[in-house]
Write a protein that binds this ligand. Structure first.
Ligand SMILES: *[C@@H]1O[C@H](CO)[C@@H](O)[C@H](O)[C@H]1NC(C)=O
Ligand SMILES: *[C@@H]1O[C@H](CO)[C@@H](O)[C@H](O)[C@H]1NC(C)=O
Ligand SMILES: *[C@@H]1O[C@H](CO)[C@@H](O)[C@H](O)[C@H]1NC(C)=O
Ligand SMILES: *[C@@H]1O[C@H](CO)[C@@H](O)[C@H](O)[C@H]1NC(C)=O
Ligand SMILES: *[C@@H]1O[C@H](CO)[C@@H](O)[C@H](O)[C@H]1NC(C)=O
Length: 516
């Protein structure tokens, strides 16, 4: 009898451990903002932004000060995030996909979602994809590892924009007037065209929270990739947030996104999974300075979107995992979006592809150890339009950054720094311009090429850049091809195309979550 009890007790203990082990596979929530600058959030020092939920996430977790997107523009940045590889390797260059693009993220790339599916995760994506649509929607998220998708598959200025603010207030632009209206996809089907921007964010949020609730109820670990259209131009906002801050249209856009983040945290809590979820927040690239005061702010950094100055690629980044990541920390360690895949795969036991170069490194040492050191030693800067014959525009280590080339972008007068202007073209910097970013984050005071400091540092950076470039093989571009007939249309074959692509298969109410 006693022996039986012991066996039974041991079995129960085993079951308890086993079930805890199953439950302990953490859920992953990746929150991604669009064209958000280093200086845009309250917790990064903006005086009039309202971002209480992101600020709370920072207070309860870890805030990075040296975190990079892999590109100063959208599609390549997202390709690198989802594959852990610099965009040149997957052919996501030069520039970005448009509504008529024929290409997309190649299917033989492994996305975070594909890796996590293999270890039993439910995978959902909501929002801006921007890695191609293609013939028969072949490049959409549901064909790239995601079980479900709800979103506009590219920037919402790549289609005509009419109404940006409740009730019927125009956008501050006509956007691309000749293109098909902005499509809202649910999985592979267009359910609303044009997408209603004034209700879009709440729709996105409902899809995200619905996915969290359903996955949690089914006790399935989940990966949610929530890629906001906010705070990209044209800024928009629904009824609740229009004119609700003192920061104009950018403030409205930001607070609507922040409110959605708050709803996602509330859903994690209500579903009882908040103590077993890793949440990471960052953005694709810096603010578009062409939008003047209506756009974002790069804070104390130089220039913005489209440039390899710090304002183009250094981003706010927050990591949250109660009980694992200590509250209220700040790290000055070097990290970037390519590191997300290795970190998430390490956390979840997913397998890192071994048949290809992965540029990212596991960030666990920074995340889970207070004052922990990064494995990463360097970050590499590719411009918005990389060229195989030129390669890197710059490189940094944990302290110094060298510019081999510079170029302005997404900017013009009356902005006061001509280096940032779009008409300031590509310039080879020989000798390279060198800054000490830890003491000169604004890239104001180049280190003299005559100094010993310069010579020592540049010798190391040159050597590392040369070694890296040897392995940095460009895949053929996926971005060049274009066919107007491929613009997503909810009424295939209708005339006059593309203006006739108008449908609404959704009830008007914003509070409708998809049936998944
Ligand atoms: C994907 O296929 C292309 C074309 O065949 C090839 O060049 C590339 O190396 C492959 N990439 C991976 C990651 O397998
Ligand atoms: C798309 O689907 C149609 C109908 O099934 C098929 O005829 C066509 O070849 C497909 N196109 C591509 C590029 O797969
Ligand atoms: C917005 O404009 C449309 C079309 O002009 C009109 O049908 C609708 O009633 C307007 N909505 C509001 C809330 O004013
Ligand atoms: C918001 O402010 C703008 C500019 O002052 C004004 O035109 C608009 O009517 C306001 N909208 C709402 C919903 O209050
Ligand atoms: C580094 O490379 C640049 C050319 O890109 C060259 O001008 C410079 O002299 C090199 N510096 C050192 C210290 O090797």
């Amino acid at each position: 009898m006693a022996a039986h009890c012991t066996v039974l007790a041991a079995a129960l203990v085993f079951l308890a451990i086993a079930s805890r082990a199953v439950q302990s596979t953490p859920n992953i929530v990746l929150l991604f903002a669009d064209d958000l600058g280093y200086g845009d959030l309250g917790c990064y020092g903006h005086p009039t932004s309202h971002s209480p939920n992101l600020d709370k996430m920072a207070a309860e977790g870890l805030r990075f000060t040296q975190f990079y997107s892999a590109s100063p523009v959208c599609s390549p940045s997202r390709a690198a995030l989802l594959t852990g590889r610099y965009q040149i390797r997957s052919g996501i260059w030069p520039g970005v996909f448009g509504a008529s693009s024929t290409g997309g993220l190649p299917h033989n790339e492994t996305t975070i979602a594909e890796g996590l599916k293999k270890v039993g995760y439910a995978t959902g994506m909501v929002g801006k994809w921007h890695l191609g649509v293609g013939a028969n929607n072949t490049y959409l998220p549901v064909n790239q590892g995601f079980d479900h998708y709800l979103g506009i598959p590219f920037s919402h200025d790549m289609c005509p924009c009419a109404i940006c603010f409740y009730p019927n207030q125009s956008c501050f632009d006509g956007c691309r007037k000749g293109e098909a209206p902005c499509p809202l996809f649910m999985d592979n089907e267009i359910v609303q065209q044009p997408a209603d921007l004034t209700t879009l964010t709440q729709r996105y949020t409902d899809a995200a929270t619905g996915f969290i609730q359903k996955s949690a109820a089914a006790k399935t670990p989940f990966f949610l990739y929530m890629a906001y259209q906010h705070t990209h131009h044209p800024q928009f906002a629904g009824q609740k947030f229009r004119n609700s801050t003192s920061r104009g249209t950018m403030g409205d856009s930001l607070i609507e996104m922040d409110d959605s983040v708050g709803q996602i945290f509330a859903a994690l809590k209500a579903s009882g999974v908040d103590d077993n979820t890793f949440v990471f927040f960052t953005a694709d690239n810096g603010p578009s300075l062409t939008r003047h005061v209506r756009g974002g702010n790069q804070g104390l950094l130089k220039c913005g979107k489209g440039t390899t100055y710090e304002g183009g690629q250094r981003e706010p980044a927050l990591a949250w995992m109660p009980g694992k990541i200590a509250a209220g920390q700040i790290t000055h360690e070097l990290a970037g979006t390519v590191d997300v895949l290795p970190t998430v795969f390490k956390l979840t036991g997913a397998e890192i592809p071994s048949d290809r170069i992965i540029d990212g490194v596991d960030m666990s040492s920074i995340l889970f150890t207070e004052q922990g050191k990064a494995i990463r030693t360097h970050y590499f800067y590719y411009p918005k339009n990389p060229e195989p014959t030129i390669g890197l525009y710059g490189i940094r280590n944990n302290q110094y950054k060298a510019h081999f080339y510079t170029e302005g972008s997404h900017c013009g007068p009356p902005y006061r720094d001509e280096d940032c202007w779009s008409k300031t073209g590509q310039k080879k910097q020989d000798p390279p311009i060198l800054f000490n970013l830890l003491i000169d984050p604004s890239e104001r005071y180049p280190i003299s090429p005559k100094s010993d400091e310069y010579k020592t540092v540049m010798a190391e950076l040159n050597q590392t850049a040369t070694e890296f470039s040897r392995t940095a093989v460009f895949r053929g571009s996926e971005i060049h091809g274009s066919s107007a007939a491929l613009q997503p249309c909810c009424k295939p074959g209708c005339k006059p195309f593309p203006g006739c692509c108008v449908c609404n298969k959704l009830p008007y109410s914003a509070r409708t979550s998809p049936p998944w």
